[in-house]
Design a protein around this ligand. Structure first.
Ligand code: GLU
Length: 324
């Protein structure tokens, strides 16, 4: 009897091994690469690294974070779009790579809504305009007055051309009539270095990367983009409060792969990241920055990308924004 059971088990194992869906269950059987399309030290890098190790434990394979900066995130995003759709080359899809940059830059080599397989949206993060402590203003009213007083005297750092920081700051300039010169970097990491170092007086950044410098008084927060004031910065108004609702949009960070990823792979990564996001320590790390943990289905992430791409297309068209 026992022998028969074993024989049956062996036979069904053989049959199962030949079936494609079961083969896919073996995924992943080697390290998974996760491309961060910006330099280290920015929010994309922070979010990727906060989930990479716990996700590796869930998947049973290393999740290797690789920074491929350049072109406002488009270099790394193009690499992900063109990768083999086998689940071993994934990338972080951000608001900049999937919405704002494709909306303003006609040279982007991928279509954000058709060239990727969205897997899971991880977090929505607030944005912030912050200044070096030597900047002559410490609050929004003073900031606006200073910019208006001296058009072109000040410049601002962003994580790259076409990124959310660039587009939202350009929108801010249009709505307020203020003028500051744009200085794009290969990510918020190097942009923050130069702002904290005093080379550039202003930065438009995502909150997770800027907040540690704000907490150490090395940057002064002026105004944030968030549904309401964030707990860590109770005295800093939102763009909505200062009458600039169109600039009051959050950023997002999720995982995607090239188009045509097998459903089994998508479901495995989606379930793995959801499990990671249930860990209170991971949630706390993300939420402490005023960010919102998202999770959700691949379909929801696809809908988020589509909606935000449309928002930025409209921003670019209505405000007639152009790359310099
Ligand atoms: N601002 C960029 C974005 O939202 C990310 C900045 C960075 O990670 O350096 O896509």
């Amino acid at each position: 009897m026992r022998r028969r059971v074993l024989a049956c088990a062996a036979l069904s194992a053989l049959t199962l091994a030949a079936a494609p869906s079961v083969w896919a269950q073996a995924y992943p059987n080697k390290p998974v690469q996760l491309v961060v399309p910006f330099a280290p030290g920015g929010t994309t890098d922070i979010i990727a690294r906060s989930i990479a190790d716990p996700l590796a434990r869930v998947l049973g394979q290393p999740v290797v974070v690789i920074n491929r900066a350049g072109g406002g995130g488009s270099v790394g995003a193009t690499e992900t779009a063109r990768a083999t759709p086998d689940g071993y080359a994934l990338g972080v899809g951000t608001v900049s790579t999937t919405a704002s940059n494709p909306a303003i830059n006609p040279r982007i080599a991928y279509n954000p809504t058709t060239d990727f397989t969205p897997i899971i949206n991880i977090a929505a993060t607030p944005n912030v305009i912050a200044v070096h402590p030597s900047f002559p203003a410490k609050d929004y009213k003073g900031f606006l007055a200073e910019i208006k007083k001296a058009p072109g005297r000040h410049s601002y750092a962003s994580s790259g051309t076409g990124g959310i920081g660039h587009l939202q700051m350009e929108l801010w300039k249009q709505l307020t009539g203020g003028f500051v010169t744009h200085i794009p970097y290969r990510g918020a990491g190097p942009a923050l270095n130069d702002t904290v170092g005093g080379q550039v007086p202003i930065i438009f950044d995502n909150m997770p990367s800027a907040l540690p410098f704000i907490r150490e008084n090395r940057l002064v927060p002026i105004v944030v983009a968030a549904p309401q004031r964030i707990a860590a910065l109770p005295n800093v108004p939102t763009f909505k409060e200062v009458g600039l609702e169109p600039v009051n949009r959050m950023a997002y960070y999720g995982i995607l792969g090239p188009k045509g990823l097998p459903k089994e792979v998508v479901d495995r990564i989606n379930a793995g990241v959801r499990e990671v996001l249930r860990d209170p320590a991971v949630r706390k790390r993300i939420e402490d920055t005023g960010s919102i943990v998202l999770g959700g289905t691949p379909e929801q992430f696809a809908a988020d990308i589509k909606a935000e791409f449309e928002v930025y297309r409209k921003v670019v068209n209505d405000a007639k924004l152009k790359l310099d």
